[in-house]
Design a protein around this ligand. Structure first.
Ligand code: ZN
Length: 325
C-alpha cells in the first residue's frame, strides 16, 4: 500500500517536472499557433543583434541557422532547417557571398510570405581587389577569388566593424517596428542603448589611429573593414577562409615578409596547434595571438557572459599589441 502511494507521488512529481520543463520555452510551432513572431538570422552575430534590439522579454522567437562557432563560409544547412525558415516572419542575412544558400532561397522565401533582408545591401562594402589584403598565399597559390571561392567580390565580414553594426542595428530596429508597431518605443529605447554602446566601442578602436606599424599577419582575413578604416594591411596566411595551407614557396614568402617588416605577432582564430603557425614561430620568433572573427560563442564563452563587445575589446587589445604599442 505504502509503496504504491510513493509510486503515485513519484509519477506526479515527474509529470510536474516535465510540465514545467516543456513550458520553459515555447516551441516555434507554438509561437506560430499563437500568431507570435519568429525572426531567423543566418549567423550568430545577427542573432545577438536582433536580441539586443528586440529585447529579451518579448514574444519574438529569435533563431539562427549556422550553429554558433561553426565555419560560416562553407556551411550548408540541411533541407529540414531550410524548410523551417518558411515559418519566419523575417529572415535576416549578410549576403554578398557569405551565405550562398540564403541567396539561393531568398526569392522563394519571399514568395511564401517571409520578409527577407539582405543586410549587406545597406552597407558600404569593400571590394576585395581594392582591399588592403594580400591573399596570394591561398591554396595552390591562386588568388582566392579566382578559384570559385565562396566569397563574392565584396568582403562579407561586415560585422567586425562597429560602424557597420550601427547601420545594421538601425535596419533591425526599423524591421522590428514594422513587425510589431505596438512595441515601437521599446525597440527605439533598446536601439539607442545599443547604439551608444557601439559608439563607445568605436571610440575605443580609434586608438588604432595612433598605429606605429601598418601590417598584421592573420590566419583568416576577416578584418578588412577595420584595416581599411585605420589604414593597415592584412597579410593572410590562408586567403579569406580558414582553409587551405600555403605552399612551401609561399610560406618562404611569408617568412621573408615577417622578417622584412619586423613583425612580432601573428593572429590566429584560436590558439590551436597549427602546423603552419608553429613553423612561423620557429622560423621567425613571432608570437601567436588570438583574433576572434566572432562566428559565434562557445558554451564556455556563453557561460562567461561574453558577447560581441567583450570579444571585440579582446581583439582590440591584441591589435594594439601588433600595431600601436
Ligand atoms: Zn571569412
Amino acid at each position: 500500500m505504502k509503496k504504491s502511494i510513493i509510486l503515485i507521488l513519484a509519477v506526479i512529481m515527474l509529470l510536474t517536472a516535465f510540465y514545467f520543463f516543456t513550458n520553459e520555452k515555447k516551441t516555434l510551432k507554438e509561437y506560430q499557433d499563437d500568431s507570435g513572431n519568429i525572426i531567423y538570422t543566418s549567423i550568430y552575430p545577427l542573432y545577438e543583434l536582433v536580441k539586443e534590439i528586440g529585447g529579451v522579454d518579448t514574444d519574438i522567437a529569435i533563431e539562427f541557422v549556422v550553429p554558433s562557432g561553426s565555419e560560416i563560409h562553407n556551411y550548408e544547412p540541411s533541407p529540414r532547417s531550410l524548410a523551417l525558415l518558411e515559418n519566419a516572419d523575417i529572415f535576416l542575412y549578410i549576403g554578398t557571398g557569405l551565405e550562398p544558400w540564403a541567396e539561393r532561397i531568398d526569392v522563394s522565401l519571399a514568395a511564401s510570405g517571409v520578409k527577407t533582408v539582405e543586410l549587406s545591401k545597406y552597407l558600404d562594402l569593400i571590394r576585395y581587389d581594392e582591399e588592403r589584403v594580400e591573399v596570394h598565399f591561398h591554396g595552390k597559390g591562386e588568388r582566392h577569388h579566382e578559384e570559385g571561392h565562396l566569397h563574392g567580390i565584396y568582403d562579407p565580414h561586415v560585422w567586425l566593424d562597429p560602424l557597420n553594426m550601427k547601420k545594421m542595428a538601425e535596419i533591425v530596429k526599423d524591421e522590428l517596428i514594422l513587425l510589431d508597431p505596438d512595441k515601437k518605443e521599446m525597440y527605439i529605447d533598446n536601439y539607442l542603448n545599443y547604439l551608444s554602446r557601439l559608439e563607445e566601442l568605436e571610440r575605443d578602436f580609434n586608438i588604432l589611429e595612433k598605429k606605429k606599424r601598418d601590417i598584421i599577419v592573420v590566419s583568416h582575413a576577416a578584418f578588412g573593414y577595420l584595416a581599411e578604416r585605420y589604414g593597415f594591411r592584412q597579410l593572410s596566411l590562408l586567403g579569406t577562409t580558414p582553409h587551405g595551407e600555403p605552399t612551401p614557396g609561399s610560406l618562404a614568402e611569408i617568412i621573408r615578409m615577417i622578417r622584412e617588416n619586423e613583425i612580432e605577432y601573428i593572429f590566429v582564430e584560436t590558439l590551436t596547434d597549427d602546423r603552419i603557425v608553429n613553423v612561423l614561430i620557429e622560423e621567425t620568433g613571432v608570437e601567436a595571438l588570438p583574433l576572434n572573427p566572432f562566428l559565434g560563442l562557445t558554451a564556455e564563452e556563453l557561460e562567461n557572459g561574453e558577447d560581441y563587445f567583450s570579444i571585440m575589446r579582446k581583439n582590440l587589445t591584441n591589435l594594439k599589441k601588433a600595431l600601436v604599442e
